[in-house]
Design a protein around this ligand. Sequence first.
Ligand code: PHE
Length: 365
Amino acid sequence: MDYAATGEAALARIGAAQELDALEALRVEFLGKQGSISGLLKTLGGMSPEERQTVGPQIHALRESVTAALAERKEALESAVLNARLAAETVDLTLPAPAAPRGSIHPVSQVLDELAEIFADLGFAVATGPEIEDDWHNFTALNIPESHPARAMHDTFYFPDCDTAGRKMLLRTHTSPVQIRSMLQHGAPIRIIAPGRVYRSDSDATHTPMFHQVEGLVIDKGITLGHLKWTLETFLKAFFEREDIVLRLRPSYFPFTEPSVEVDVGFALVNGKRVLGGSGDEPGHGWMELLGSGMVNRKVIAAGGLDPDEWQGFAFGVGVDRLAMLKYGMDDLRAFFDGDARWLGHYGFSALDVPTLSVGVGARA
Ligand code: PHE
């Protein structure tokens, strides 16, 4: 048998193989269990020692050259496959950019983030409380007893049944119950804001049954009305991003603060629109009622488990939706909660427009 010729024929077929599958078929044909070269190796057993000595090396050489040729061809075909894939998978940088992502941050969410940022800078933590509240936290502990007319004023949504502990349950009418919860949970001193949803049975262009408030509470030693005024001024200047915000404090009444102050902010009429800034007493200016506040009533501090002879504080509550309307110029509160994509597209914020004090809490993308 001409082993050299057999080898050449095999190498020629291996070199001509164009596919990995075809190459594998050749490997099986030559070197598989039933393969032709494997068959030749088996013939060695039936040979005489002399014959084996001359033929053996030729068959082994044949097998080695075929094995090497298969490996070499396999590597060549594999790299050809890889190169073809790399060529097909290149990114075409001339393709147009994908459409801008839809969706935006609701102005209320944006303003809540702005508030958290501003007050964090003043050392306030964010506290929360339940929207389904009991009558004690929402009213009684805040010095609004059962017979108090303020209960009727709040247009409360009550649940028909009491909870398992026999408490009358309701949707909280303000964020002030978080004052009580914070004192009971953490003791004093306290510096918190408590933003969240509140509910009142009321609805027109400036009232919705659900709206947002942010409560502020500071409890410490030696706290005065001066601290309250400075805090509100600093907050409102940072929020409206103007230095000329002027406040007017008017005596008022809330059961949970004593004394109580209603805070007005000065505005100018520009083309029939109210623009915050400057004193409301200047010609062409006016005052707008903005928020309720006061020194925390001694009875409320006691209901929070603290000694009112030792601890004093101030509190304020302000409508978040109203702040958003004033800052970003919406005029119908109901549109806030309609979920109209056009309104959200117009007034919404980019997810990348994160409020920070360094960049500005109101920057719009
Ligand atoms: N809770 C009051 C309201 O909803 C606002 C307020 C809070 C007033 C804290 C004084 C102090 O109208």
